[in-house]
Design a protein around this ligand. Sequence first.
Ligand SMILES: Nc1nc2c(ncn2[C@@H]2O[C@H](COP(=O)(O)OP(=O)(O)OP(=O)(O)O)[C@@H](O)[C@H]2O)c(=O)[nH]1
Ligand SMILES: [Mg+2]
Ligand SMILES: [Zn+2]
Length: 298
Amino acid sequence: MHKGLIVKALSGFYYVEESVTKKIYECRGRGAFRNQNITPLVGDIVKFQIEANDKGYVVEIDERKNELRRPMIANVDQVLLVFSVKSPDFNQPLLDRFLAVIESNFIKPVIILSKKDLKDDDEIDSFINYYQTIGYQIIKTSKTDMESIENVKALFKDKISVLAGQSGVGKSSLLNAINPNFELNTDAISKALGRGKHTTRHVELFKIENGLVADTPGFSSLDFQELNITVEILAQSFIDFFEISRGCKFRGCTHINEPKCAVKARLNEDKIFDNRYLNYKNFYDEIKNQRVIYQKKQ
Ligand SMILES: Nc1nc2c(ncn2[C@@H]2O[C@H](COP(=O)(O)OP(=O)(O)OP(=O)(O)O)[C@@H](O)[C@H]2O)c(=O)[nH]1
Ligand SMILES: [Mg+2]
Ligand SMILES: [Zn+2]
């Protein structure tokens, strides 16, 4: 039996890099996985059997450190959330949604603001300020600004990273700027819709700075219910609220209607960004409402 890393998943095949020879084998999953409802993921360390012609079978998956459903990947150290300042327009509710999901998985997010050549905007800068104050690292970049590209590159050192974000924000372009040998496909965004064209179709890991980075297909919806994110988990995933919530009167305060809520007090003092709380409240309602619908069905 051989040991290896799944570096790419495409059309039912898993491309496994053998740990010693670094040769790639095109593998199928064992039927047993399908029966147990387990899907091998890019980033999985696996045991596999080699058959003829560089092909094989994934037989066993090592225990995962973590796993993300969107994008589908396992064992990552950090997620680089790529948001463009324009084309597509910067979307703060989506940023808060992605941040909450990543925090709920206990993975470190880093915010990358791409296409800075397209727009200089005070509003976006004030957003950035807030996220920096609460502890997030943010890098503003564009594919032609080599200084900021170097800063992004430095993030990858010795880590397994994944780029995530909407279609068209420039994830693949960013990797090409860092290493032109990647030769990843990129495509202009649709003029009519102002959205990307879903150019990248699969998750794939690339070697970079003694680490690995995954380019992934763009997506713009994340369903809290599907990801089993409850209102309690949501509250803990807003890192700026979490610290303050020690001061809330009730343990497990969700900062909606409870009396003597420290988060709402800070909000009234303008110490919490209004939009951030608004997004939180919308997500809270979304989770609650889905629950009601779900209960009614039973
Ligand atoms: N002006 C400008 N355009 C950029 C920049 N980065 C990417 N683009 C353009 O944005 C478009 C989309 O870029 P991609 O790299 O394909 O975007 P993606 O995030 O990989 O998209 P998907 O693979 O569909 O998820 C392309 O036309 C790029 O040339 C940038 O820094 N500045
Ligand atoms: Mg792409
Ligand atoms: Zn509270």
